[in-house]
Design a protein around this ligand. Structure first.
Ligand SMILES: [Zn+2]
Length: 307
């Protein structure tokens, strides 16, 4: 992931359209924890497993080990695995998409490669990064979603695991090589919308609206976050960063896409991006927003009683 412009002034008038689901006060006895199945602690075990594999750059043996881990987890949860293999500048590229359900597809994506060098690290810029937040966190949420999602009738969910996001600006590589391969030659049905999860596990979670992202889809996601009590508590419903990331190839294909990303992360592209910087609570917040989006689009509509 790579940022282009740091917007110092929050562009609240640019990206914050009307909210599509009103954050009505929930007065029923039901609590979110009773109705939502996503567990941050379980997601954290998936993040830790990836950290234990070590650095997982495109073209490495560790990347293939990670792919095997992903495929085993989604297959065990009853998903169909679609592989898309390719090559870029002599390096093999391995994308994986897990598919479940029949109907209008929605895609949630994350990159599972890690940056081969810690080029933001003041002391060891040549070392590879572990990529706990920048890589493992998004994958971890997708894998816990694979376990917990109750996909409604008329919907298909595609969990996309992208290779080769994070070799950009190194040896002539761009960012998002794997995601571009998927978006430009879809090996699955064309999704009606796509949400990218990148760097969403920081214990100090600060997700702002990303400037390249689809406005209406962001309205929906931030409305869900507000319903779940995350407004100004992990999710901040105003624009801040402009990010080059795996959502852009989908936007270029006319697919509405959003990058949920916490770019206020001091360990970005350093060897300090390790699993101790993550929290189960942050993974849970993001996972539950996506859980609601894929199942109902509104947490209110999941509640049996709302007055
Ligand atoms: Zn990165």
């Amino acid at each position: 992931m790579h940022y282009l412009v740091f917007i110092v002034v929050l562009l609240s008038l640019v990206g914050c359209g009307t909210v599509s689901a009103s954050p009505t006060a929930i007065t029923s006895a039901a609590s979110p924890t009773e109705l939502l199945l996503f567990e941050g602690e379980r997601a954290m075990t998936h993040a830790e497993a990836q950290c234990e594999i070590g650095p997982r750059p495109a073209g490495s043996e560790a990347l293939l080990t990670t792919r095997a881990y992903i495929e085993e987890a989604v297959t065990a949860a009853g998903w169909t695995v679609v592989r898309q293999d390719g090559e870029f500048m002599g390096v093999p590229i391995h994308n994986v998409i897990a598919v479940k359900g029949e109907g209008v597809p929605r895609m949630v994506g994350a990159h599972f490669d890690t940056r081969p060098v810690a080029d933001q690290d003041a002391t060891t810029p040549g070392e590879p990064i572990i990529g706990a937040n920048d890589g493992a966190s998004g994958v971890a949420v997708l894998l816990e979603l694979a376990r917990t999602l109750e996909i409604p009738e008329g919907r298909q969910v595609q969990l996309a695991f992208f290779d080769a996001e994070d070799r950009g600006n190194l040896e002539g590589w761009p960012f998002s090589v794997g995601a571009r391969m998927v978006a430009e030659n879809l090996p699955v049905e064309r999704p009606e919308a796509m949400v990218l999860l990148d760097m969403i596990g920081d214990a100090q979670l600060d997700i702002f609206r990303e400037n390249n992202s689809d406005i209406a889809l962001n309205d929906t996601l931030f409305a869900i976050a507000a319903e779940l009590g995350y407004d100004e508590n992990g999710f901040y419903n105003r624009n801040k960063w402009t990010i080059t990331d795996d959502h852009l190839p989908f936007i270029e294909q006319g697919i509405p896409a959003v990058d949920l990303i916490d770019f206020d992360y001091p360990y970005w592209h350093t060897t300090e991006d390790t699993c101790d910087k993550l929290s189960a609570e942050s993974l849970s917040k993001v996972g539950r927003v996506i859980e609601v989006w894929l199942e109902k689009e509104s947490f209110i509509s999941l509640l049996p009683l709302v007055s």
